[in-house]
Structures are given as structure tokens and as C-alpha cells.
Design a protein around this ligand. Structure first.
Ligand code: SAH
Ligand code: SF4
Length: 414
């Protein structure tokens, strides 16, 4: 369970090794959530079941975990009464701990979550008329320091594990009451787990929460493979979008090994501005990035790449910028759509959002260039759930504030 390898994570300038393990459970039991089906079978064998039993039991357990969403072995009714305590003694079915759940006036919901080893992270659910989108985090914090992003002001604490990533989707299904009900026989109604727009609240997933998913590639891939597995959560890859700030070396593998829709945080059309606001650009430049997008496996006119563009007043929002954006996307012959995101403010940010007229003019130019460029309506601003506002409560306090609190606590104890 604990993976103690050091993973090279590119920082602004040089790769920094970052521990990606989690604290093993004190009771020695293994959390099954996040493990691939073959690994569950192996663990059952290692714990003493013969090959045939391990195969059968792991298939049953997997179905209960990911198709039915049960969180207690006792609820697995087609597993014998003697087997259930055997499982409970050795394994657990983990869920992220909920520290706080908030509801926005516009229906957006935000959960502050905590890992077993005490780190906070967040997930956001955004309901719309025709879909419900879960915005999932991939890391606690981020190494990349984009200047307009609140998460970017946090240091990277650690990568989330596959279980903590897929656990967000499972927790959302718990909260929304969306596990299939009905007969407990798992040979039947296999298609019941298909996520469909009709009748379901959670229909889409975006890897756009805290962190850079392509700097936690293995864990994000393993989690999304579980989310897409037709025997389990069964969410189609067409309903999943991974957003990257432009980690070029991992983009091809993302297409080949995960195959989800790609969104790229472009935000600027020339080197100087992008170097400043997305510092990763100093390492992986704009033209190289657009070429990697053109090479992205699976990008077609039917499955276009989304280019995210945050609207920052007097920084990247001129008509010339809009024309240059169209020119670049055409130069690389990209099946593209542009998502214009009004800048969401956060305390201490050095930017302002562009004026509505400016955003409209920018959007019109891109549309006239033949590329769709809707303006995204900010959601959940009142609970700090909008793009780029995620930053966990513990981290929100400045060091000075924490020092003051510590001093006050010491004084009151004395
Ligand atoms: N790290 C990944 C995914 C998470 S950020 C990435 O950068 O793509 C999700 C999107 O929100 C990105 O496009 C990001 O640039 C954008 N964003 C960050 N801060 C924002 C802010 N304050 N206002 C609006 N959008 C923001
Ligand atoms: Fe990290 Fe994305 Fe925020 Fe940049 S925009 S700091 S990559 S989370």
C-alpha cells in the first residue's frame, strides 16, 4: 500500500524529489479502494485463499465496492457469513474523511476532505441543467505556482493516491445517493452502473481540482481506469476531462494510457506573458505545447481539445491577443474549443478580472475565427469553490497568523 519511492516532480526550475507515500494504517489492515482488481485477487491469495477462491471472492468484492458502493464487508450479502469477518479483519473500504461540506446558493457543493495522514484537499460538484460535473483533486497543493491561482500559492504537500482520487468519485456518489439499488445478484443488471445523463446527477468528471494531474500521472491513471471500468463505476472516457498546465512529456501517455478528453491551461499567446503567469512555460514553451496538442492521441473534430484561458484585466485580454490565439490554433491545425474563464479573485491576488465588454469582444473575435469560445459562468464563488479558488482552510492562514495563534494558545495555557 505505501509506496515510498521518490518521484521526480519538475518544479519551476529543476525537478524536486517528492515523497508520494501515505502513512500505512496503524492496525495493519489494507485499504482495498484504489487497488486494481488483479491486486485485490493477489492480496486474497497472500492472505490464504486458494487460487479459485481468491478469484471468485475478489470478483464479488470488486463488484460490491465499485458497482454497489458498499462501505462495510457485512453488507456483501452473497459472501458467506464466515467470510465477512475474515475480510473485515484484514481489509478496509476507505472513503476520504469529510471535514466540512458546503452548499453554494447556486447549487454548487464543496467538500473539504482529509487523508488518513491528516492532509486537507477539496472536491467540488457543479450541477447544471443537462449534466453534473465533479471537479476532482489530484494533489494536495501544487508545485507550479501559476500567479493567478490560489492553489499555486500552496506548496506541494503530497500526491493523492489512486484510492484518494477514486474515493472522491465514490464519496460524491454516496452524498448524491447514486449507487444502483435493486437485486443483490451481481450477474444481473450489469448495465445499471452505466452513468447516463438522464436521471443521474453526477455525469461528468473534470480533473481540475487542486494539483497538476500529469505530475501525479501513475496515480491519476490508476484511479481513472477504475472510474472507467465497465464492471465498476463505468463512467465513459468521453465524460472525463483532464486539465494540464502543459506537462508536455506526459501528454502522449495521457492519451495512450488513459484516453480521456484533454484540456490545456493556455492562458496566454506569447512567451513573455505565459512565462510570467504559467511559470512552467519557461520549461515547456508555447509552440512545443501546441505541437503536443496536435499530436494528442484521440483528438479529432468530434473530440476537440479544450483550451482554457483565464481573463486577466490588461494582461492577456486584448483584441490582439484574441487574434493571435486564433492564428496559433489554426497554425497547428488543432481541433479546438476555447473556454474563457473570468478570473476568480482570492485574498491577496494581484489580478483583476477583465471587464464584461472586454471578455465579450475577445470571445467574439475567437468565434469569428471559427472556434467556439464560450465564457464560463463562475460557480460557487460564495463558498470559494470556483476555478482557482481552492486552497484548504489550514493553509489559508498565513504563517504570521498561525504564529499569532500559537503564541495566544501558549499564553492561555500558561
Ligand atoms: N493544474 C491543472 C488543473 C487544475 S486548475 C491546470 O492548471 O490545468 C483548473 C483550471 O482553473 C485551470 O485552467 C486553471 O488555470 C484555472 N484557474 C486557476 N486559478 C484561477 C482563477 N483564480 N480564476 C479562474 N481560473 C483559474
Ligand atoms: Fe497548479 Fe493548475 Fe493552479 Fe497552475 S493553475 S498552480 S498548475 S493547480
Amino acid at each position: 500500500m505505501a509506496d515510498t519511492n521518490l518521484m521526480p516532480i519538475a518544479g519551476q526550475i529543476d525537478p524536486v524529489p517528492t515523497a508520494r507515500d501515505i502513512t500505512p494504517r496503524e492496525d495493519g489492515r489494507v485499504d482495498l479502494i484504489g487497488l486494481p482488481p488483479a491486486r485485490i485477487r493477489e492480496l486474497f491469495e497472500e492472505a490464504g485463499l486458494d487460487t479459485r477462491q481468491a478469484k471468485l471472492r475478489s470478483k464479488q468484492v470488486y463488484h460490491w465496492l465499485y458497482h454497489r458502493g458498499v462501505s462495510e464487508f457485512e453488507d456483501m450479502t452473497d459472501i458467506s457469513k464466515t467470510m465477512r469477518p475474515w475480510l473485515t479483519d484484514r481489509f478496509v473500504i476507505g472513503r476520504p474523511h469529510v471535514v466540512e461540506a458546503q452548499h453554494s446558493t447556486d447549487g454548487t457543493r464543496k467538500w473539504l476532505l482529509q487523508t488518513d495522514d491528516g492532509h486537507d484537499y477539496e472536491m467540488v460538484f457543479i450541477p447544471d441543467a443537462d449534466r453534473g460535473t465533479l471537479c476532482v483533486s489530484s494533489q494536495v497543493g501544487c508545485t507550479l505556482n501559476c500567479t493567478f491561482c490560489h492553489t499555486g500559492t500552496m506548496r506541494l504537500v503530497r500526491n493523492l493516491t489512486p484510492g484518494e482520487i477514486v474515493g472522491q468519485v465514490m464519496l460524491a456518489r454516496d452524498a448524491l445517493g447514486e449507487w444502483p439499488k435493486g437485486k443483490m445478484d451481481f450477474a444481473e443488471d450489469e448495465d445499471e452502473a452505466e452513468y447516463r445523463a438522464d436521471g443521474r446527477l453526477l455525469t461528468n468528471i473534470v480533473m481540475m481540482g487542486m494539483g497538476e494531474p500529469l505530475y501525479n500521472f501513475d496515480n491519476v491513471r490508476d484511479a481513472l481506469l477504475l472510474v472507467m471500468d465497465s464492471a465498476g463505476l463505468a463512467l465513459s472516457k468521453r465524460r472525463i476531462t483532464l486539465s494540464t498546465s502543459g506537462v508536455i512529456p506526459m501528454m502522449e501517455r495521457c492519451g495512450a494510457e488513459i484516453g480521456v478528453n484533454l484540456a490545456v491551461s493556455l492562458h496566454a499567446v506569447n512567451k513573455d506573458v505565459r512565462d510570467e503567469i504559467v511559470p512552467l512555460n519557461r520549461k515547456y514553451g508555447l509552440e512545443e505545447l501546441l505541437q503536443a496538442c496536435a499530436d494528442y492521441p484521440g483528438a479529432t473534430n468530434a473530440r476537440r481539445i479544450t483550451f482554457e484561458y483565464v481573463m486577466l484585466k490588461d494582461k492577456n485580454d486584448s483584441d490582439e491577443d484574441a487574434h493571435e490565439l486564433v492564428r496559433l490554433l489554426k497554425q497547428f491545425n488543432l481541433p479546438a474549443k476555447v473556454n474563457l474563464i473570468p478570473f476568480n479573485p482570492w485574498p491577496g491576488a494581484n489580478y483583476e478580472c477583465s471587464d464584461p465588454d472586454r471578455i465579450r469582444s475577445f470571445s467574439n473575435i475567437v468565434f469569428e475565427g471559427g472556434i467556439s469560445a464560450p465564457v464560463r459562468t463562475p460557480r460557487g464563488r460564495d463558498i470559494d469553490a470556483a476555478c482557482g479558488q481552492l486552497k484548504t482552510a489550514a493553509e489559508k492562514k498565513s504563517r504570521a497568523q498561525r504564529d499569532r495563534e500559537a503564541a495566544a494558545a501558549e499564553t492561555s495555557e500558561a
